[in-house]
Design a protein around this ligand. Structure first.
Ligand code: GTP
Ligand code: ZN
Length: 231
């Protein structure tokens, strides 16, 4: 109960003032998602309750009749979807465990996991970004379970994102887990904030890349990766 009271106090005008007073301090300076230090003091159930309340208010302001039986469950549905699904990657407790193996078979070539479908959301408009991720690494004695590469991509995608940061978060996470700089990531994605609104361009897509170690320094290694990836 105390938790709820304290946290409710952070939700209104005071919260907005607090952010303003912090100025640029609350903005992340690196590839980390800019999160406040108290981001996970609230548990998921409370987050769902509060987001639902605010979403209901948004729908009410738009003039929608919340007694309509198709609309009345929407605030809770959206809140649950935000916390448990499309933004669940904000919470480090949802980070996938990386199953690692010893590279006993001494496979020393690059491994490419390509065409990993991902869904994310643009942090500027909160509408979908969706596309393919292509990931490569060269083992430094450790091998990662293939599905864990997909899971790492999905984990960082499930945040409000810009594509550049998503690319770097995936690349840096793999470097850390695998203990090697020899990691490459390419994302090729469509932004619905560009296609379904605004400039309404349905044909353009965005390509971003991350090259570490040999992928950065050695053109032949990079070209080999690019050969496997069809954009
Ligand atoms: N660099 C980058 N920009 C993005 C990404 N996703 C969306 N954007 C852009 O963020 C910008 C936000 O610009 P604003 O001018 O504040 O927003 P807006 O008025 O809705 O702009 P329009 O989309 O041009 O209508 C837009 O140009 C988006 O295309 C991303 O992943 N990376
Ligand atoms: Zn956008």
């Amino acid at each position: 109960m105390k938790q709820k009271e304290t946290l409710l106090n952070t939700m209104g005008i005071n919260y907005a003032q607090e952010i303003e007073e912090m100025g640029e301090d609350h903005v992340g300076t690196s590839y980390e998602t800019p999160l406040r230090a108290d981001a996970f003091e609230m548990d998921d159930d409370l987050k769902i309750e509060l987001i639902g309340k605010h979403f209901k208010e948004i729908m009410h302001i738009m003039g929608l009749d919340l007694s309509d039986d198709s609309l009345k469950g929407t605030p809770h549905r959206v809140a649950k979807m935000y916390v448990k699904e499309i933004f669940s990657g904000l919470n480090p407790k949802n980070k996938p465990a990386a199953k690692l193996f010893e590279n006993k078979y001494k496979y020393n070539e690059m491994l490419v996991e390509k065409d990993i479908t991902f869904f994310s959301n643009c942090e500027h408009h909160f509408v979908p970004i969706y596309g393919k991720a292509h990931v490569a690494y060269i083992s430094n004695g450790t091998v990662i379970g293939l599905s864990k590469i997909n899971r790492i991509v999905q984990y960082f995608a499930k945040r409000p994102q810009v594509q550049e940061r998503l690319t770097m978060q995936i690349g840096n996470e793999l470097k850390e887990i695998l203990g090697t700089n020899d990691v490459a990531v390419i994302l090729d994605a469509d932004h619905m904030c560009v296609s379904s609104r605004g400039i309404n361009d349905v044909n353009s897509s965005t390509v971003t890349s991350f090259y570490g170690g040999k992928f950065e320094k050695d053109e032949q290694t990079r070209n080999e990766f690019l050969k496997y990836v069809s954009l």
